[in-house]
Design a binder for this molecule. Structure first.
Ligand code: SF4
Ligand code: SF4
Length: 395
C-alpha cells in the first residue's frame, strides 16, 4: 500500500513562508476572499495532511478541487514555491484517498477511454458535429459552451508540410487531442506561419494526447503511460524543436518530458526566436490579449505573443486589466466546477469588454472556448482568435 500523501514533497511544501503575497493574484481568493481558497491556505492544508497533524477529511478536499491549477501564485511567489508540482502531486494523493464520486469517476473514465485514444476522439467529434446540426448540444451547459465544430484538422500527406521558400529549420508539431477537433483553424494557421518562417513541419505519426489533462486531474499514472508512448515516436524523428500551440500542453511537455528538454517551444516563443517574414496586409483591428495561465505563469512567456501581435501593421493594441489572471477555463474545471468557473469568468468579461477591442487573442483552446461562450452570453460581438489565426491574417 502506498503511503498516504507519499507523492507530496516535504521540501516543496516547506518553501512556502506564508507571506500571503500570492493571495490577490489567486482567482478563487479574489472572488471568495477566503483563506481556504487561496494558495497559502491550500498549501497549509496539504502540509497538515502530509504531516498527519490534521486527519484527511472529505469535506476539505473541495478546497483542492476548487484550485484552477493556473499557477498564477507560482508566478508571483517571491519564495519560489513550485505550486504546479505541489498541486499535481496533492491531487494524485487525494485521488487515492477520497470516496468515489460519479463526477470524478466520469471525468477519469472520459480521459482514459476517450481523450487518450485519437480514433475514439475523432468519432466523438463526428458525433458532436452531427448533434450540433440537429440542435441537440444546446440541452447541456457543456454542449452550449462548444464552438461550432468544423471539419477536423487533417495532417498533410506523408506527415510533412514543406517550408514555403528556402528551408531553414525542421520542426515537429504537436497535433494534440481536443484541439484538432475543437479549433482546427488554429492549427492550420500555426502551420502556415511556420512554413512562411522557413520551417519544414513534421507530424509525429503515432502521437497521442500529451497527458496534460490527465496530470491536472490527478491521474499521474495515465499521464505517464502517454508520455512513454509519445517518447517512442519522438525518438524516431529528427527535429530542432517540438512546436506547440496550446499552452497547457506546452507546459506539461516542458515539465514532464525531460528527454525533450530545451526543444519544446510554444509557437510564439519559436516564431519570436526565428522571425517571421514581413507581413503583406494591414489588419486595421483593435486587439487585446488574454494570457493563458500555462503560458504566462508555467512557461513565463508573456512578451513574445504581445511583441508578435504588436508588430503586425494596422494593429491598434490595447492591454487588458488583469490580462494574466485566469479566465476560469482551466482544462476540465469549467465542467467540473461550473459555479466557480462562471464567477471567475464574470470579472474577466468586465475587463475584456472595457477594452473595446475587435479581437481578443488567446493561446490555448480552453481559454478560447470559455471567452467565446462568456462573450456570447453577454451579447458581445468581440471575436476570440488564437494568436496564430490573428497573425496569419497579415499574410
Ligand atoms: S505561496 Fe509564496 S507568495 Fe504565497 S504565501 Fe507561500 S511563500 Fe508567500
Ligand atoms: S493555482 Fe491558481 S487557483 Fe490554484 S492556488 Fe494558485 S493562483 Fe489560486
Amino acid at each position: 500500500m502506498t503511503t498516504p500523501f507519499g507523492r507530496l514533497s516535504d521540501d516543496d511544501l516547506a518553501t512556502c513562508v506564508h507571506c500571503g503575497l500570492c493571495l490577490d493574484a489567486c482567482p478563487t481568493f479574489r472572488v471568495t476572499g477566503l483563506e481556504t481558497e487561496s494558495p497559502r491556505g491550500r498549501i497549509y492544508l496539504m502540509t497538515q495532511w502530509k504531516r498527519g497533524t490534521m486527519a484527511f477529511d472529505e469535506e476539505q478536499v473541495e478546497h483542492i478541487d476548487l484550485c484552477l491549477g493556473c499557477r498564477t501564485c507560482e508566478g508571483v511567489c517571491p519564495s519560489g514555491v513550485p505550486y504546479g508540482r505541489i498541486i499535481e502531486a496533492g491531487r494524485a494523493d487525494v485521488e487515492d484517498l477520497r470516496r468515489a464520486s460519479l463526477k470524478r469517476g466520469t471525468s477519469r473514465l472520459a480521459l482514459r477511454q476517450l481523450v487518450g485514444h485519437p480514433g475514439r476522439l475523432r468519432a466523438a467529434g463526428a458525433a458532436t458535429r452531427l448533434a450540433q446540426k440537429l440542435g441537440l448540444t444546446s440541452i447541456a451547459r457543456s454542449g452550449r459552451m462548444l464552438p461550432r465544430l468544423r471539419e477536423e484538422f487533417r495532417r498533410p500527406a506523408g506527415d510533412v508540410a514543406p517550408a514555403i521558400g528556402a528551408q531553414k529549420h525542421r520542426v515537429a508539431f504537436l497535433v494534440g487531442c481536443v484541439m484538432p477537433i475543437l479549433y482546427p483553424q488554429s492549427h492550420d494557421a500555426a502551420i502556415r506561419l511556420l512554413q512562411l518562417a522557413g520551417c519544414e513541419v513534421w507530424f509525429p505519426p503515432a502521437e497521442r494526447c500529451c497527458g496534460a489533462l490527465f496530470a491536472h486531474n490527478g491521474d499521474l499514472a495515465g499521464a505517464s503511460a502517454l508520455r512513454k508512448a509519445n517518447m517512442k515516436t519522438y525518438r524516431a524523428g529528427d527535429f530542432e524543436a517540438l512546436v506547440v500551440d496550446s499552452a497547457g500542453c506546452g507546459a506539461h511537455l516542458k515539465d514532464f518530458y525531460p528527454e525533450l528538454k530545451g526543444r519544446v517551444k510554444d509557437l510564439t516563443e519559436w516564431l519570436a526566436e526565428i522571425g517571421l517574414p514581413s507581413p503583406a496586409r494591414d489588419m486595421k483591428l483593435r486587439v487585446t490579449y488574454q494570457d493563458a495561465c500555462h503560458l504566462a505563469h508555467a512557461q513565463r512567456i508573456k512578451k513574445q505573443p504581445r511583441d508578435l501581435i504588436r508588430s503586425m501593421p494596422g494593429v491598434d493594441w490595447v492591454e487588458m486589466r488583469h490580462a494574466d489572471i485566469c479566465c476560469g477555463a482551466a482544462g476540465l474545471y469549467s465542467t467540473l466546477e461550473p459555479d466557480m468557473s462562471s464567477r471567475i469568468l464574470q470579472e474577466k468579461l468586465d475587463d475584456l469588454l472595457a477594452t473595446n477591442a475587435d479581437v481578443v487573442a488567446v493561446a490555448n483552446p480552453g481559454c478560447q472556448m470559455q471567452l467565446e461562450s462568456g462573450l456570447r452570453a453577454r451579447g458581445s460581438r468581440m471575436k476570440v482568435e488564437h494568436v496564430s489565426e490573428l497573425l496569419a491574417r497579415a499574410y
